[in-house]
Structure formats: C-alpha cells, structure tokens
Design a protein around this ligand. Structure first.
Ligand SMILES: [Cu+2]
Length: 128
C-alpha cells in the first residue's frame, strides 16, 4: 500500500515538474517576442515583420500617446497576406505595399488581438 502511494507521488511530482518546464519555456519564448514602440515627434511607432509569422508578435504601446503599428511585409504566402484586427474593424491587404501602417487607439489600457486572414497566426498589441 505504502509503495503504491509513493509511486503515485513520484508520478505526480514528475508531471508537475514537466508542466512547470513547459510553462517556463513558453513564457521565456513570449518575453523574447515582445517589442516596444519607439517615440517619434508625433507619437509612438512599432514595427512587426511579417515573414512566416509575426516578429515580434506582441507589441507594447504606451497609453495616451498616438500610436502607429507598421506591418513590414516579407512573406509571399497567401496565408499572411492580410492582417485583421477584429476589435478595430481593420482588415488590410499587406501585399499592396512594402509597409502597411495601422493606427491604434491608446486612450485606454487595452489589448488588441490581430491575426492573419485565416486566423492561423496571432499577435497582440498591448496598450498600458
Ligand atoms: Cu493564415
């Protein structure tokens, strides 16, 4: 009886460590993928490179400063040809010009999700 209980504890402990490692890996990965906006004369600007995905996928903007997010297109697949920000009613064709700029409201702290036209690749714009 005692041996079985011990075995269960070891399995449970192992599972918890594994979950912890997976979370740590994902968290670390996301931190690397976060981009901050740079200040310009008129506000702030951030650039997302579109090439087999979004890099960085997460953009952090400062609240209260007019913001522009540039999507720099380096991808030729149909999948990433559009960027959609549903909360802002934005659906832009990125293939028409090398850089597509969208304006993001920063009057309140908020998170905006964006995705490719097929909703396969995802990114986030965080206003804080
Ligand atoms: Cu897609």
């Amino acid at each position: 009886m005692k041996v079985i209980r011990m075995a269960k504890l070891i399995v449970l402990g192992g599972a918890l460590i594994l979950i912890g490692l997976i979370c740590w890996w994902f968290f670390g990965h996301h931190v690397q993928q976060t981009g901050r906006a740079t200040r310009t004369k008129t506000g702030q600007e951030a650039t997302v490179v579109v090439n087999g995905g979004y890099s960085p996928a997460t953009i952090v903007l400062k609240k209260g400063i007019p913001a522009k997010v540039n999507f720099e297109m380096h991808d030729s697949t149909a999948c990433l040809s559009h960027v959609v920000v549903e909360q802002l009613g934005i659906d832009k064709d990125l293939t028409k010009q090398p850089v597509t700029t969208i304006t993001v409201p920063t009057d309140q702290a908020k998170e905006f999700n964006y995705a490719c036209g097929m909703n396969m690749f995802h990114g986030k714009i965080i206003v804080k």
